[in-house]
Design a protein around this ligand. Sequence first.
Ligand SMILES: [Zn+2]
Length: 243
Amino acid sequence: MPTPDRTPDLRRNLILRGLPDDEYARLASSVERVDLEVKDLLYEAHKPFEYAYFPVDCVLSLLSSVDGEAAVEVATIGYEGVSGLPAFLGSPVSPHDSVCQVAGTALRLSITDLRTFLGRDGALHDLMHRYTQAMMVQLSQNVACNRLHTTEERCARWLLQTRDRVGVDDFGLTQEFLAQMLGVRRGTVSLTAGVLQQAGLIRYSRGRISVVDAEALHGAACECYDLVQAEFARLIGAPELAG
Ligand SMILES: [Zn+2]
């Protein structure tokens, strides 16, 4: 849940941070701060996008549901990016739902205003192109990761990535979302989190994760963590994610 006494740096989002100050100032007059709760629905599959969301310290999830089966996460979006890429790429809808996975703050911009800003051909256009390429790397690496790496390795990877995005060691993450992130049943989530907890890497209780030993958690994660973070660092400039 968002901490009311915490005032996040609204320009923590790397796309917004990458804009020249004058362009950011113009954009800032059109964006609106929103504090998102877990499971808030940002957009629904096959319905037109209304807003692009720039996460500050929340994590958004793109979920795919096939034939009414349990949703599986296909991608996550944190402070390194922006939701609503299909609108940027020319599609008014997407086959995926987007929900808030970890509560926190985001800035939102209407798709109409987004198009106006993009039409001015400033730095935002270029940043969103590079973010699209980084997302393609994330998506393709997830395919390989799901095929090649163990549930423990993948769980460690996702927890580290979530920690980067929220910027703190302790955050709320429901068992349901962890199961969606890993594409496994909830029982498997308990077992996997139990293994990581037993090894002293995390604490997990009642939907809250505490990263106890980030270095050891990094050691337990598959190489996909470093590979994807390095691409985000290279493409959109996230020096703290480079390691
Ligand atoms: Zn992997």
